[in-house]
Design a protein around this ligand. Structure first.
Ligand SMILES: [Zn+2]
Length: 343
């Protein structure tokens, strides 16, 4: 009987040991599998990046400051345009809209051969689009006082905006559109021909616009003394020699565009376009009233920019109301399609 008891005892011990060993092996295996999955995911992510690069093309960017031409992947280029053109704290859907606008602008520019032989585009915002490389963008954000965590978040948003809309461009009847955009135009955007003359474009017509009222540059004021005003107008056009300071006393607005911006002003015997005044005197927009003081003119301005196409403040406002980037694009550019380019 004692023998049986001893045998039974030994058997139990062996079984316990075997169970513990099996349990440990399983645990080890599971840990390894988890590690493998993580590594697999990492690899997939890396591959995604490589595929993304293959799918697109190289662009040659002229850096105005140094004159050098830098070849880079178009996605890297757009990662440098989007945050140079739009504040990084805007809603992600607004940033995605900006990415599609920037891509459309870029391809349109390339097809126009605006830079001459061997160059596709330049980094001058007044000629093409603003562009900074990643290091410059991060440095700008640091100077603005954003902490590392915020910078990481902003850069991820820029990256997401470019990658998730990859190869998407805006077309009208199969052609790339002129993707104009501006900072802000409270109430209504502007029809393209009202600002620059020339032909009407069916996708660049005035549309209703909603904007957050707390935007810091929503209103602005520019005061110019009579002498400076007259001198600049004469410099701009030599035929205006008869103008003199006293004409400023009777300056008036002649007419308005369909969106309610000033079209022309009358001074002395001359009509001057509001768009000309905007560029000559750094007015934020042509949506202004004029106040005549003893020795100066005060322009009270609403909005920021030419007012044509997408409004960035409006895009952010609509995004926060739940619009997708496609809704935003379709709102500002009438009758357009968002088309995916073939690789
Ligand atoms: Zn250029």
């Amino acid at each position: 009987m004692k023998k049986w008891l001893a045998f039974f005892y030994s058997l139990t011990c062996v079984l316990v040991i075997v169970t513990v060993v099996l349990f440990c092996i399983n645990l080890f295996k599971e840990k390894n599998t988890k590690k493998e999955i993580v590594e697999e995911e990492k690899k997939e992510e890396e591959e995604k990046n490589i595929i993304e690069y293959k799918a697109n093309q190289t662009i040659r960017v002229k850096i105005s400051k140094t004159g050098e031409v830098v070849a880079m992947d178009i996605n890297d280029y757009l990662r440098g345009v989007v945050p140079a053109e739009m504040p990084p704290y805007y809603d992600i859907e607004a940033i995605k809209a900006q990415a599609v606008v920037a891509r459309t602008f870029t391809y349109k520019r390339i097809s126009a051969y605006a830079e001459g032989e061997g160059i596709d585009i330049c980094d001058n915002f007044a000629h093409c689009q603003a562009f900074y490389n990643k290091e410059q963008i991060i440095a700008i954000w640091k100077r603005k006082g954003y902490d590392d965590e915020t910078i990481r978040k902003y850069w991820n948003n820029v990256n997401e905006a470019v990658v998730s809309t990859q190869n998407e461009v805006i077309t009208y009847k199969g052609q790339l559109i002129k993707a104009f955009f501006h900072a802000s135009s409270p109430i209504k955007t502007e029809s393209v021909e009202e600002i620059w003359g020339g032909e009407k474009l069916p996708y660049l017509v005035s549309v209703e616009n909603e904007e957050n009222e707390d935007y810091e540059n929503r209103t602005s004021k520019v005061e110019i003394n009579f002498e400076d005003f007259i001198t600049k107008l004469k410099e701009d056009n030599k035929s205006r020699t008869s103008l003199n300071n006293s004409d400023c006393k009777n300056v008036k607005i002649c007419d308005y565009t369909s969106s309610g911006r000033v079209k022309n002003i009358q001074i002395g015997n001359f009509k001057v376009s509001a768009e000309k005044l905007r560029t000559l005197f750094n007015l934020r927009s042509t949506n202004f009233t004029i106040e005549i003081k003893d020795n100066s003119l005060v322009f009270n301005v609403i909005g920021n920019g030419h007012g044509v196409g997408l409004s960035q403040v409006g895009a952010d406002t609509y995004a926060k109301k739940g619009y997708s980037y496609k809704d935003i694009i379709n709102h500002y550019y009438t009758g357009v399609q968002i088309t995916k380019l073939d690789n």
